[in-house]
Write a protein of this length. Structure first.
Length: 83
């Protein structure tokens, strides 16, 4: 019986973030990498802007935006049932 409950709880585990979150996080990593490359080339204007945008804007957005896969799937299921 204990193994059946453990299997049920494992099947209910959901990813904390959706596709949009991972795409924003990937974009943030690219912007940060470009910022460090421009910093190594001596750019004292563009590199801080890119680094601030990456660290202070894109990464928090990637964490805070609510794009859970279960919500979007349940929303489409509810919409289909309403029709």
């Amino acid at each position: 019986m204990a193994t059946k409950k453990a299997q049920e709880s494992r099947s209910e585990v959901e990813w904390p973030f959706g596709k949009k979150n991972y795409l924003l996080f990937g974009l943030a990593l690219i912007v940060i990498a470009i910022g460090y490359v421009t910093l190594s080339q001596g750019s004292m204007t563009l590199s801080p802007i890119l680094l601030v945008v990456g660290y202070c804007v894109l990464i928090p957005l990637a964490i805070l935006i609510k794009d859970h896969p279960s919500e979007s799937a349940s929303d489409t299921a509810e919409t289909a049932e309403d029709d």
